[in-house]
Ligand binder design. Sequence first.
Ligand SMILES: Nc1nc2c(ncn2[C@@H]2O[C@H](COP(=O)(O)OP(=O)(O)OP(=O)(O)O)[C@@H](O)[C@H]2O)c(=O)[nH]1
Length: 421
Amino acid sequence: MSFFKKLKDKFTKDLHPNLEQTEEQKQDQQEVEEMPQEEVEEAPVEETLGETEVPVEEQSTELTEETEAEEESTPDEEPSAVEPELEEPTMEEKEEEVVDSVADKFKKGLAKTRNSFSSRINELVARYRTVDEDFFEELEEVLISADVGVNTVMEMIDELQMEVKRRNIKDTKKVREVISEKLVEIYYGDDDSSEIEGLTENTDGLTIYLFVGVNGVGKTTTIGKLAHQLKAEGKNVTLAAGDTFRAGAIDQLEEWGKRVGVNTIKHSEGADPAAVIYDGIQSAKSRNADVLICDTAGRLQNKVNLMNELSKVKRVIEREVPGAPHEVLLVLDATTGQNAMSQAKTFSEATDVSGIVLTKLDGTAKGGIVLAIRKELDIPVKYVGLGEKVTDLEQFDAHAFVYGLFADMIDNYDEEEEEES
Ligand SMILES: Nc1nc2c(ncn2[C@@H]2O[C@H](COP(=O)(O)OP(=O)(O)OP(=O)(O)O)[C@@H](O)[C@H]2O)c(=O)[nH]1
């Protein structure tokens, strides 16, 4: 079956595949809204913390006694938990949730890239008509300018040339479909399972996700969006404000916690991030939370500092929950191109990054960076940010991505017409 036809069937037959989930989300939201206030207040974190095997204060001291450096950096303070106050989603948000399917989201989120990338390919196809060396040379430029990454582009052009020969394709119009097919193949590489790579979960207790990345890339927003999704799946989520470098970062996370209706554990500005995360774990455990999402500061001025800070945080996590963190997610801003690539290199040298969240894909015309990251860093892109709304975070799916890139052609694809030509 033609690849465009396959994508058309997959993404445009049922225009609203996430409608069912949205209903669930709405129901979940309604249930929390209807929950009497006293019920939430009955279990304040400070009280429940006292019920854990070892009181938080004692364990925090234990932690800070580990090394002198740790002692120095851990302020003697009570953790504070912020009880969520739910905010009613706006009518616009409610409507949007119902209207947008996963396919719609990728289509909208990739509009800038599509407009630039597809229109350049169409222009090329119109100009060349028949496939030759010059056509591939120009195609190479188009792919490079979409931030696909030079090595990946070379590999792709080689494979395209072979495929075009193998299928005996003469008409450049037909090459568009082969390009889309190759983009998916290149993304998955040898791992041809082409399954969406979801987040690892701890089936035996608390799941911990550690977020890393430099300031301003959309880390806090992504944590808020993910917390919202996990909550909609029925999970009990806690946030830990481990970016203690700026008071603003703590406030912002707390705001997101309130907005999506989950608890945030915080200390004050300048506190030891490892101590905040430690308290977050104790609070999450005492509340039987399913997931703890930890924020961290991402100062890059010194790789050794970054490494030390992250390894201290990880040590605490590993000690408290064996096998955790279950994901170390590096947040990168797609609009920063090569900068994002160099951040990824630095962070993956400082810690084991298990997945990438690529934000602001909607804000760039160079969405090809998804492929560069996957191929050149060999780290899977687990999520993409496709807008600023709470619902604008999607698990990365290479097929949906390619659908978003070629949506105009795929939506209008007519098999019979294609066969006749
Ligand atoms: N268009 C778009 N904007 C996004 C996306 N993700 C985050 N943003 C915006 O990016 C800006 C920065 O996001 P933050 O979450 O504050 O970034 P941060 O990495 O936590 O940065 P600090 O708070 O400085 O540590 C905000 O205005 C977000 O609304 C996305 O996927 N698309």
